[in-house]
Structures are given as structure tokens and as C-alpha cells.
Write a protein that binds this ligand. Structure first.
Ligand SMILES: Nc1ncnc2c1ncn2[C@@H]1O[C@H](COP(=O)(O)OP(=O)(O)O)[C@@H](O)[C@H]1O
Ligand SMILES: [Mg+2]
Length: 498
């Protein structure tokens, strides 16, 4: 699987509003709310600033995908971001400033005419996912449509309307009518698409037939105007934790994270969006993620969370070969790579955070003295896949001049803490692999039931290579992993809680 991530910043609506974002070629900076003396700078290979046009986004990001679609591969395009950040503008646009969908339809129809060996057919479906209910927007009967899987593991929605598109006029007719109904506030049945809580999903099927045989191949193109990513902290208020409230969106984020970690279990079934897109989030599929942000200070929190999200999942961009070497289900990053990935993040985080609970570590140390060293050696020698990865560029903070000295002074402590954390991680990993209930119960958040789940898993599988492999146990999700790391005083390498 290959994923491109881009950031798009929409222009400010009102020039009098305070702006919290600045850009420079491929970097985006926002100030750090927790320390005004700092800026947080993110680097993205593809960045569309406030002056970018719809045409630029289409030409740079989407047009290169057409060849994959014609070759029969699945392509999914997602617009991610907070309310009012420009997701709908990017995917749909307006008649005077069309977005991705119109441009893509036009280019696909043009491309079909140029193909000699194959004939192509294009169909369009348009659905809405609101409150975990799927509705057909082309022929709405106010029903909640089901999701099914056929014997070939293809996920589909029975009875979903598929309209053939032979010309751009066909598309305008189908889509124009849909948007009219959609924007009618009187329509009780179709009003959710404009809600920030609904996912608007366009499905294009490109059916390729070989001219001399009856062979057919279908590629699916999903264009998803995701529900707005609104965040709240554990108290329910907007905060720094970047938690999701929309079930399908939060499942989507977890799925992307699980694929990113190389987990064997990908929790597609935790939300209908990921269930529906399952075939397009694995195998040889292509993903384009556009992270939309608004520049005004009032949107600071969503901007911060969206940039963190995009920067975290940019790892995909850096290592597309992983997914070519192995399917999403059996990738395991080598240990050395994991260390590389997290070291930059942790260096910064550890300056201010004491991640270790001393008394707990002392307990663990005593226990572990009696354990055999061989477990670790055994674990590290069993890494199956060793893809050669480039080092991803991760989020970094740039320190303004007056904080630089402070940074240098603490860097030594940071290195020492980093070593301790490594040791602590190894100790926790040994307990996880111990297959002993008593040992497992030493860990925070592990009760009898979870201890048994972990033991059962380790008896039937290889030892965990890293703590994040807990995600492979179907009953323990991303939420639990986060909780586990937090309560066992381990840095969450996947979340930016800086
Ligand atoms: N790149 C852009 N250029 C001009 N206007 C934009 C741009 N992005 C968004 N807008 C405008 O900003 C407003 C909010 O955008 P919208 O796409 O509805 O946000 P979202 O779907 O993320 O809630 C709309 O009026 C839209 O036309
Ligand atoms: Mg919208």
C-alpha cells in the first residue's frame, strides 16, 4: 500500500482574524501553546499554502493516480480536518471552482478514449455515513444499508445505486441533482451530508474489459469527505489530547495507525467507514490523504491536531516499500528502526517529562533479575521482515533563541532518561512474554482476564517484539494500548502529547 499525505491551508475568511500559522516551501509552523517561546514546525513534502488553487491540488496529487486506476488498482482519497477547514471545498468544490471529483471524472472519461486494448465503463455511487448509518444519496429511501462481504472477501453494499457515467453531462445530472436535494433544508431525509459529523463518500467503479476476451477488472476509487475531526480531552473539553468523538473517524485513525505499526490485527470492523473501505486500505491500494487546516487562531486546536495526525501518518510516505514487500498483515519493523523513529520525538518530550516511576522499576528489576536473558535475544532474532526503510521526518519543535541554551543544558539528562526508558521497555516486554500470570499481574492495567489473553496469545504466536504488538490481540485495541503505555509510564510513540 502506498500513501501520500499533503497539507492544504485554506485562505483566511476574514483578514481581521488573528492568524496562527506560517509556511515556508515545505514547512508549516504554528506557535506552541504550552510554551509561547517555541514554534512547532512540521515538514511535508507536499504542502498547499493559502494561495494554492483547486487545479494545483488536483494536478499534483490526484492526476498521477489515474494510471493506477486504469491499471486496475484501488485508489482512495481522503479529506481530513476540522470543521470549516476546507474538506468539502477540496473534494467537491463549487460549480465556479470545481474540486477533485469533477476534474477526476473528466480526466477518466478522456483517458478511456485513448485506450486501445481495453474498453472502460465508469459508474458512480454516492453515499453518506452518519451516526454509523449508511444512506444512498442517489436513490434515497431513508434506509440504513448493510455492508456485506462476498466469498472473495470483497466488501460491498447490496442495493447501493450505481449510475453509469458516459459523459461529463451524465455526471453533472446525477451529481447536480444529488447536491440539490442535499442542500435543501426542507429535506428531512437527506440533510446530514452537510453536517460536520457525517462522512460523504463517493465511490467510482472503473470496469476494465479486455477487448479480445471476456476478462474484466474493477478498480474502486473512493473520495471521502471525512466527518470533521473535532477533538476533546478526557474531561470532554477541547484540550491537548486530540481524542476523536466520531466512531468511524476514530476507527479510521486506529486502522491507519495499526497498519503503520505493522500490526497483524487491523481493526477494520470497529467502524463502518473502515469496514466499507477494507479492500482499499490493504494490498496494492493507493491512498491520498489531504489534511486540511484553517489558518485562524480560533481554529488553533484543530490545526495542531490535524498537523500532528498528518505528520504521524506521513511515515507511510517515507516507507512505501514496506507494503510492497509484505502485506499489511505481516509487516514488522526491525527494532533498530523503531528506535530511530521515536528517538527524535522522545528527545524533546523527555526534557520536561519524567516518564519513569522509580519504585515500579525497582520492583520490576528484582523480578527480572531472575528471568533469563535469552528471551530478548530470542525475540530480536525472530524478526521476519527487515525492510530497508528510510528514516521518516518526524515532527520537531524549533526553539527560539532564548530557549536554545536551556535545551542544550537538558540534552544530557534527556539521553540518560532515554536509556532508562529503553531498559524499562525491555523489562515490560519480558513480562509480557513471560507466559506467567503472576508476572503479568505486576503490570498496571493488566488484570486476570487480560493476563490470560496475553498468555494465550504468546503461547500460540511468536513472542512480542515490542510492546505495541499488544495490538495484535484482537480484544485489546488502540485505546487499551494507549492506556497501558500511560499507566506503565512508557512514552506513547504514536501520539503527540507534547
Ligand atoms: N482553498 C480554499 N479557497 C477558498 N475558499 C475556501 C478554501 N477552502 C475552503 N474554503 C471556503 O471555506 C469555507 C469552509 O470550507 P468547507 O470546505 O465547507 O469546510 P469543511 O468541509 O472542512 O467543513 C467554505 O465557504 C469554503 O468555500
Ligand atoms: Mg464539509
Amino acid at each position: 500500500m502506498k500513501m501520500k499525505v499533503a497539507v492544504r491551508i485554506r485562505p483566511a475568511v476574514n483578514p481581521e482574524n488573528r492568524i496562527c500559522i506560517s509556511t515556508d516551501k515545505s514547512t508549516v509552523s504554528i506557535f506552541n501553546r504550552e510554551n509561547i517561546a517555541e514554534n512547532i514546525t512540521y515538514e511535508f513534502p507536499t504542502l498547499f499554502d493559502v494561495n494554492s488553487l483547486q487545479k494545483d491540488v488536483y494536478t499534483d496529487l490526484i492526476q498521477p493516480e489515474i494510471k493506477h486506476i486504469l491499471e486496475g488498482q484501488n485508489v482512495s482519497i481522503f479529506a481530513y480536518g476540522g470543521t470549516g477547514s476546507g474538506k468539502t471545498h477540496t473534494i467537491l468544490g463549487s460549480p465556479s471552482d470545481p474540486g477533485i471529483i469533477s476534474r477526476l471524472i473528466q480526466d477518466l472519461l478522456d483517458a478511456f478514449h485513448c485506450q486501445m486494448d481495453h474498453s472502460y465503463k465508469l459508474t458512480l455511487s454516492y453515499l453518506e455515513l452518519y451516526n454509523e448509518k449508511i444512506r444512498d444519496l442517489i436513490n434515497d429511501k431513508n434506509e440504513d444499508l448493510a455492508i456485506r462481504q462476498d466469498v472473495h472477501q470483497n466488501v460491498f453494499v447490496p442495493n447501493l445505486t450505481e449510475k453509469e457515467v458516459e459523459s461529463f453531462q451524465d455526471f453533472s445530472k446525477i451529481f447536480g441533482a444529488t447536491s440539490e436535494i442535499r442542500s435543501s433544508s426542507k429535506s428531512k431525509t437527506l440533510s446530514h451530508v452537510n453536517s460536520s459529523h457525517s462522512h460523504g463518500i463517493i465511490l467510482l467503479k472503473v470496469i476494465r474489459s479486455e477487448c479480445n476476451t471476456s476478462k474484466r477488472h474493477i478498480s474502486k476509487v473512493f473520495l471521502v469527505d471525512l466527518a470533521s475531526a473535532e477533538k476533546y480531552d478526557s474531561t470532554g473539553n477541547e484540550g491537548t489530547r486530540c481524542k476523536e468523538i466520531n466512531k468511524s473517524l476514530s476507527a479510521f485513525i486506529d486502522v491507519i495507525a495499526a497498519i503503520n505499526h505493522g500490526s497483524r490485527h487491523i481493526p477494520f470492523r470497529n467502524g463502518k467507514l473502515t469496514r466499507l473501505l477494507q479492500n482499499s486500505l490493504s494490498g496494492s491500494s493507493h491512498i491520498v490523504m489531504i489534511a486540511n487546516v484553517a489558518p485562524e487562531e480560533e481554529h488553533y486546536h484543530n490545526t495542531y491536531c490535524t498537523l500532528n495526525f498528518a505528520s504521524e501518518h506521513k511515515k507511510f510516505v517515507e516507507n512505501p516499500t514496506v507494503n510492497e514487500l509484505a502485506t499489511a498483515y505481516n509487516i514488522k519493523l526491525p527494532k533498530s528502526k523503531q528506535k530511530q523513529d521515536k528517538s527524535q520525538k522522545e528527545k524533546t518530550k523527555l526534557i520536561t517529562d519524567s516518564v519513569l516511576d522509580k519504585s515500579k522499576i525497582d520492583d520490576l528489576k528484582c523480578k527480572l533479575l531472575n528471568m533469563k536473558e535469552s528471551l530478548i535475544t530470542q525475540s530480536s532474532s525472530k524478526t521476519k521482515v527487515s525492510p530497508k526503510l528510510q528514516k521518516p521526518k518526524v515532527l520537531h519543535k524549533t526553539f527560539k533563541k532564548d530557549t536554545e541554551t536551556k535545551f542544550n543544558a537538558t540534552i544530557k539528562d534527556c539521553a540518560a532518561s532515554e536509556n532508562k526508558e529503553k531498559k524499562h521497555r525491555a523489562q515490560v516486554l519480558q513480562l509480557l512474554n513471560s507466559q506467567s500470570e503472576n508476572d503479568l499481574l505486576l503490570l498496571h492495567t493488566v488484570g486476570k482476564r487480560r493476563a490470560q489473553l496475553i498468555i494465550k496469545w504468546t503461547q500460540n504466536h511468536e513472542p512480542f517484539q515490542r510492546i505495541e504488538d499488544l495490538l495484535q490481540i484482537p480484544e485489546l485495541g488502540q485505546k487499551y494500548l494507549t492506556q497501558f503505555l500511560y499507566h506503565n509510564h512508557l512514552t506513547d510513540v504514536n501520539k503527540e502529547n507534547l
